[in-house]
Design a protein around this ligand. Structure first.
Ligand SMILES: [Zn+2]
Ligand SMILES: [Zn+2]
Length: 339
């Protein structure tokens, strides 16, 4: 087959393009540190007596994902533990009744043993300030373990700005270096005023908190949320994005269908990791609202702005109570049949 010089030039040009539009030149792994996500999580049941309080998943030897059991809180938040050469970073501390400190301590000690180290400083930070992600703060601050000296960063704009060196909030990016591992930080207010997204250059994972995940994206400030989404799009332009990992899964495996608010046991959850393409989809949805809050369901998530059209109703409160009661009544002793 004959290829003209012009076409050849184009092909060479494309293959040498510096990761334009967040693509790699070859499908060779892109030079990022790989890891794996579980095919499915143990969300909470079907028998709560059998469920650990936290499921720990090793993405790779220096990144651990902890997920709170639905048996202790239906929110089932994710918590992240990243290791650099000089320090470890704990992103969020879970929800009520989590009892996270012993699990974090155990995971850290196992890492120290595996790496033949006596100790490592731990910095505790947050994706945002909501109670289902900061509930374990006090118990971690109280953890008195000489091999894990803790620095605590409060989930506020001021503390984030200072710690990550963000000159102008929310426009400027910041960063933290864990020791041969730089994490970029973007301010992403809109779901919560103190919200941040973290981009780990080593794994190319973008951690987005409650702003992007397969579920209901609750938007408190529509204008700020849109700017934050644009900020993430702009920042990731030309960068690889292995996964977008948020803090919850509320979507089912069935497109356009979520679990009712309050669901503890979710045996058919949507795949957790999302691609950068979702940011474009969110952007299009926000633009289509023209500043008027509107609930819109997509295949993998839904936009759920706060506002007169979408506020809590008696009906939604009743549905939550029904879901909770039905599951609480049965989760501890039911047989293998799904509820
Ligand atoms: Zn939140
Ligand atoms: Zn949350």
């Amino acid at each position: 087959m004959k290829i003209s010089l012009a076409v050849l030039g184009m092909l060479v040009g494309i293959s040498c393009a510096p990761r334009a539009h967040a693509q790699a030149a070859q499908p060779d792994g892109g030079g990022i540190r790989p890891g794996s996500l579980p095919a499915a999580w143990n969300t909470g049941g079907p028998k709560c007596m059998e469920m650990p309080e936290w499921q720990v998943h090793e993405y790779n030897p220096d990144l651990y994902i902890l997920r709170q059991s639905g048996c202790t809180d239906y929110e089932k938040p994710f918590v992240f533990l990243l290791f650099g050469l000089d320090r470890a970073l704990l992103l969020d501390t879970g929800s009520r009744r989590g009892n996270i400190a012993p699990q974090v301590q155990l995971t850290l000690h196992r890492w120290l043993l595996r790496n033949d180290r006596a100790g490592i400083p731990l910095v505790v930070v947050h994706t945002h300030s909501h109670s289902d992600h900061v509930a374990g703060d006090a118990e971690l601050q109280a953890l008195n373990d000489p091999s894990i000296p803790i620095t605590y960063i409060a989930p506020t704009v001021e503390a984030n700005q200072k710690f990550y060196g963000i000159a102008h909030w929310p426009e400027d990016p910041g960063a933290v270096d864990l020791g041969n591992r730089i994490i970029d930080v973007l301010a992403i207010p809109g779901h919560d005023a103190a919200g941040v997204a973290l981009y780990d250059r080593q794994t190319a994972i973008l951690f987005t908190g409650d702003s992007v995940y397969p579920g209901r994206l609750y938007i408190r400030d529509l204008a700020a949320f849109e700017k934050s989404n644009q900020r993430m799009l702009h920042f990731t332009e030309g960068k690889l994005v292995a996964h977008i990992l948020g803090n919850h899964i509320e979507q089912t495996r069935t497109p356009y269908l979520d679990y009712p608010v309050g669901t503890m046991y979710q045996p058919n959850e949507h795949e957790w990791g999302l691609s950068r393409g979702v940011l474009f989809e969110i952007q299009a949805g926000l633009e289509a609202m023209h500043g008027k809050p509107q609930r819109i369901a997509y295949r993998d998530f839904s936009l759920w702005p706060a506002g007169p059209l979408v506020k809590e109703t008696d009906e939604s409160r009743a549905a939550f109570k029904h879901t909770q009661k039905q599951q609480l009544d049965h989760m501890w002793d039911q047989d293998q049949a799904q509820p």
